[in-house]
Write a protein that binds this ligand. Structure first.
Ligand code: MG
Length: 485
């Protein structure tokens, strides 16, 4: 015991020294730092983690990311108080592989969630499998060190009992097991009509508490509100121990629903109403943390699982200036609006380096001082230093997957496309790959391959090496009953 007290007594000065040294190395003082030393209480406690994941929210759908119509004052404030990360990505721009990668820190091809063409890329009500339980989720990692964990919202990693969140490291679960537009009633394929007329009876989606169905069809009008209340109650009940909340909203995935207070209120139709209710939800959660005295020791990440569903036209989101949307490897599909917040741990400002949802698991593991398992390969990198102190992101390379195939690769500011495909289809294998300077041309309009053959050659070599090292395992998504609709 006396040894521990000795160490604890000297810890503050060591941390202060390290933060100051890193700031000097980064060569800049023009930014706000988190306090070098958090409160005494938080020294003794591991940080809490909250991931708030929106569904199909586009890069251009928040005020702080340039939207001119949708009002998101709470998310904008969160970005102003915390870190807005402008080049943050998902490894595959559809629900199931994106979520599995976020929770495990591993590429979908390694965890049975990358499905060869044709067929669905996400689990469905007909699915007979789920993400393998041999995978280690963020929840399992944190739980092994005494965290209490909860999943609230859309799961989409297997709806059968043996694959639910309660079997993947979460102490409790409240939410819908797959997308809110699944189990359509007859005629449900008429998206234009069904999506335009909010009617929960058209979507026979179950709502679960832990492993039990408690409502069907789920009342989607109140779902954002109820998820929020669930998260708030969980936080209030667990102020005395470290916790992890994975809050994966059903919205603004089509069909959009919002509660009475938000319906018809935005300038962006039902889509805007749903996003503005999400914004309210984020405000409520941050306020709860403040009131409970947990703001200094909690890290909140807000992001999206993929870009906008352009097929829905004005009922879908917007990628802003980025090209294309959900399901593609263009920037509009893979780049997601991301904010880190945590006054005691996260610096204030903006990061333009590359980050990925794959990085959340190694980053949390570092922040909570829990060793990563050594029996498997991780594709995520630890971003914790870049969250605390201004400096370059340690991630230099990004892989863009569609299904089980590497379509594009980015290193630094250059991105090469070997295969392209729009959300609506039209796959093209490029004999001469396309090359873009993403910093100068984030909209990917000007192919500069001819001017930089050396860069293209280097990226092609990197892709070849990656493919040699990462061999896809069989897809669990393929295991399903015949589709009935
Ligand atoms: Mg999605």
């Amino acid at each position: 015991m006396s040894n521990k007290s000795f160490f604890e007594a000297f810890r503050p000065s060591v941390i202060q020294y390290l933060v100051a040294a890193a700031a000097l190395l980064a060569g800049s003082g023009a930014y706000a730092e988190p306090p070098a030393q958090a409160s005494t209480a938080s020294q003794e406690r591991k940080p809490n983690f909250i991931i708030i994941l929106a569904d199909d929210l586009g890069y251009g759908d928040l005020g702080s990311f340039g939207n001119p119509s949708i009002q998101t004052p709470n998310l904008d404030k969160m970005a102003a108080e915390g870190l807005k990360w402008t080049n943050f990505y998902v490894p595959d721009a559809v629900c199931t592989p994106s979520r599995g990668a976020l929770l495990t820190g591993r590429l979908p091809v390694r965890i049975g969630l990358a499905t060869p063409s044709p067929g669905p890329r996400s689990f469905r009500p007909e699915s007979l499998s789920g993400m393998p339980t041999s995978e280690i989720t963020i929840a399992e990692l944190l739980k092994s060190d005494g965290y209490v964990t909860t999943a609230i919202g859309k799961w989409h990693l297997g709806h059968l009992p043996e694959f639910l969140p309660t079997r993947q490291g979460f102490d409790s679960y409240f939410g819908i097991p797959y997308s809110n537009d699944m189990n359509k009633r007859p005629g449900g394929h008429n998206y234009a009509r069904y999506f335009a007329e909010p009617d929960i009876s058209k979507w026979d989606v179950p709502l679960y508490r832990d492993e039990k169905q408690v409502e069907r069809p789920a009342d989607q009008f109140t779902i954002t509100k109820r998820y929020t209340e669930e998260a708030i109650n969980f936080i209030k009940e667990n102020t005395g121990r470290p916790f992890f909340v994975y809050l994966a909203h059903a919205m603004p995935h089509g069909p959009q629903f919002s509660s009475k207070a938000f319906t018809g209120k935005s300038r962006r139709g039902r889509y805007g109403d749903a996003v503005e209710e999400l914004d309210w939800s984020v405000g409520q959660i941050l306020e709860t943390l403040r009131e409970a005295g947990l703001a200094e020791n909690t890290i909140v990440v807000f992001t999206s699982d993929n870009g906008p569903w352009l097929f829905l036209r004005q009922m879908g989101g917007s990628a802003g200036m980025l090209y294309e949307g959900k399901s593609t490897t263009w920037e509009g599909g893979a780049r997601v609006p991301t904010i880190f917040w945590g006054p005691g741990h996260i610096a204030q400002g903006r990061r333009d380096g590359i980050g990925s949802t794959l990085d959340l698991l190694p980053t949390f593991s570092s922040l909570a001082n829990i060793a990563l398992p050594e029996d498997r390969s991780y594709d995520g990198v630890d971003l914790s230093a870049a969250l605390r102190v201004k400096g370059e992101s340690p991630r230099k390379i990004l892989h863009y997957y569609r299904r089980d195939e590497l379509y594009a690769i980015r290193r630094g500011r250059f991105k090469a496309h070997f295969v392209t495909e729009r959300q609506s289809g039209g796959r093209v294998e490029h004999d001469s790959p396309l090359l873009f300077n993403i910093e100068v041309d984030p909209a990917e309009r000007f192919n500069i391959a001819e001017r930089h053959p050396d860069v293209l050659m280097a990226l092609t070599k990197l892709a070849r090496q990656h493919k040699k090292n990462v061999v896809p395992v069989a897809s669990e998504v393929l295991k399903r009953k015949p589709i009935v609709d």
